[in-house]
Design a protein around this ligand. Structure first.
Ligand code: TRP
Length: 442
């Protein structure tokens, strides 16, 4: 029996796709990338790409999902009658598979930090939160493997229960709570010594800090944080009810994502100087700085514990979408196979995540192309597979789909946005993606 899963309500759809988008990308990756690629310059390019490239692409993915209403290794054939175009769906499937592999490494760190803080609350560990030394946490291969195993396991259990689970309800209060917590951290951070120079670093774009690499990674960051180019958002839109509004959903997701990214930056950069860190700390940035900020707060340990739970929740609503894409493609929307497919996919992800985790410890000396194994997995996905997938979908949308049909799915158009969107997708974005792509290969 074939039964397509569905969100119960259209807010359910927005919450789920916002959940997919808002995650480690905004909170963990954005600050560390901004730290490496020039702070304000990176923020500026990221905003530009997110609004001009990301938003139209997100609208496009939603429109395609709504039109095709099936899993993404079939949807291209269904819409164009060209079977070979399903390769775009397979590209996306491969991308999220690898992505989940390295995403779970960071998810695992959150789990380990949670465990430490919990021990502290129970009184088994003493001292300030700053005693949780990042290098020690990630340097222990066994513990990190267990941590990411737990993260993958949690994702798997949720996906096994299907999309209409309690998550919709949970994200209604978890997400606002996360905003509130971020604002509290920002306030504390801004009160620390030397906060101003950190703030300036993040908010002031300096032209001398703009580099070609920065441009590439800013585009990659827009793709990553909006879950674009892997057909993940197409999958979610294919589950949505007919009434869902494409433009307002996409716009609200983009704005929320920008807000969380900026808040994460504002939470971290003002605090860097006070604790003697550099912006270029890399993937460990958030994990090194935040415990110290919480140490400065009354009830810091308890607050940090709640924050980590919210952070874990945000990461899980994203990893769920990663696994969900594999599940929908391999079950072909036949829900009776869901448990089995979710199980097998999770085991495979766990296997490929091990070398990713070990690139922070025993395999750290293996360096090639973009850096460690972890860096290369990230680069392959964010800078190659995602842009390629997005390129394919823009070409399909611009040159193979019926313009009138697209207009219908675009929805009521009070501000006459269809034409600019359509020409952007048809002529401008493919060129932007190709140029950026070629430049990075050189
Ligand atoms: N956007 C998510 C984040 O920022 C990551 C993510 C979830 C994703 N699903 C995706 C990225 C699908 C690409 C494709 O944490």
């Amino acid at each position: 029996m074939q039964k397509q899963s569905q969100w119960k309500t259209s807010t359910g759809f927005i919450l789920a796709s916002a959940g997919s988008a808002i995650g480690l990308g905004a909170m963990w990756k954005f600050p560390y990338m901004a730290g490496i690629y020039g702070g304000g310059a990176f923020l500026f390019m990221f905003l530009l790409f997110t609004l001009i490239v990301g938003l139209p692409l997100l609208i496009m993915e939603f429109a395609i999902g709504k039109m095709g209403r099936t899993y993404t290794t079939k949807i291209y054939e269904k819409l164009t009658n060209k079977k070979w175009l399903n390769i775009i769906g397979w590209n996306g499937n491969l991308a999220v598979f690898i992505l989940f592999g390295f995403y779970s490494v960071i998810g695992g760190w959150i789990v380990i930090y949670l465990a430490h803080v919990f021990m502290q609350i129970l009184g088994f560990e003493q001292g300030p939160l700053g005693h949780i030394q990042f290098e020690q946490v990630i340097g222990n291969p066994w513990i990190t493997i267990v941590g990411q195993g737990v993260f993958i396991l949690l994702t798997m259990i949720i996906v096994m229960f299907g999309v209409e689970s309690g998550l919709e309800k949970a994200s209604k209060f978890m997400m606002p709570l996360l905003f509130i917590f971020l604002i509290i951290i920002v306030a504390k951070s801004l009160s620390l010594d030397g906060a101003m120079s950190g703030l300036k670093f993040l908010l002031q774009p300096r032209t001398e800090d703009i580099s070609m690499d920065g441009v590439l990674f800013a585009l990659g960051q827009s793709f990553f944080t909006l879950s674009l180019g892997t057909t993940g958002m197409i999958t979610y839109a294919s589950y949505a009810s007919k009434e869902m509004t494409i433009k307002t959903s996409a716009l609200s997701i983009v704005l929320m994502n920008i807000l969380v990214s900026v808040l994460a930056g504002l939470a971290i950069f003002p605090a860097i100087g006070a604790f003697g860190y550099e912006p270029t700390e890399g993937p460990g940035l958030l994990f090194k700085v935040l415990p110290q900020v919480f140490d400065e707060m009354a009830f810091g340990t308890g607050f940090y514990f709640i924050f980590l739970i919210l952070f874990l929740f945000a990461a899980l609503t994203s990893s769920i979408s990663l696994l969900e894409l594999n599940v929908s493609n391999f079950t072909k929307n036949d829900n009776s196979k869901r448990t089995k497919v979710a199980f097998i996919a999770s085991i495979l992800v766990f296997i490929i995540s091990i070398p990713a985790t070990l690139s922070f410890s025993s395999l750290s000396s293996i360096q090639f192309a973009a850096g460690t194994i972890f860096d290369n997995m990230d680069f392959l996905v964010s800078n190659i597979l995602m842009p390629l997938g997005a390129l394919g979908t823009t070409l399909v949308t611009g040159y193979l789909l019926d313009k009138q049909a697209l207009r219908t799915y675009f929805g009521p158009d009070r501000f006459k946005l269809f034409a600019p969107w359509y020409y952007l997708v048809k002529f401008v974005l493919p060129v932007v993606i190709i140029v950026v792509f070629i430049v990075q290969l050189i």
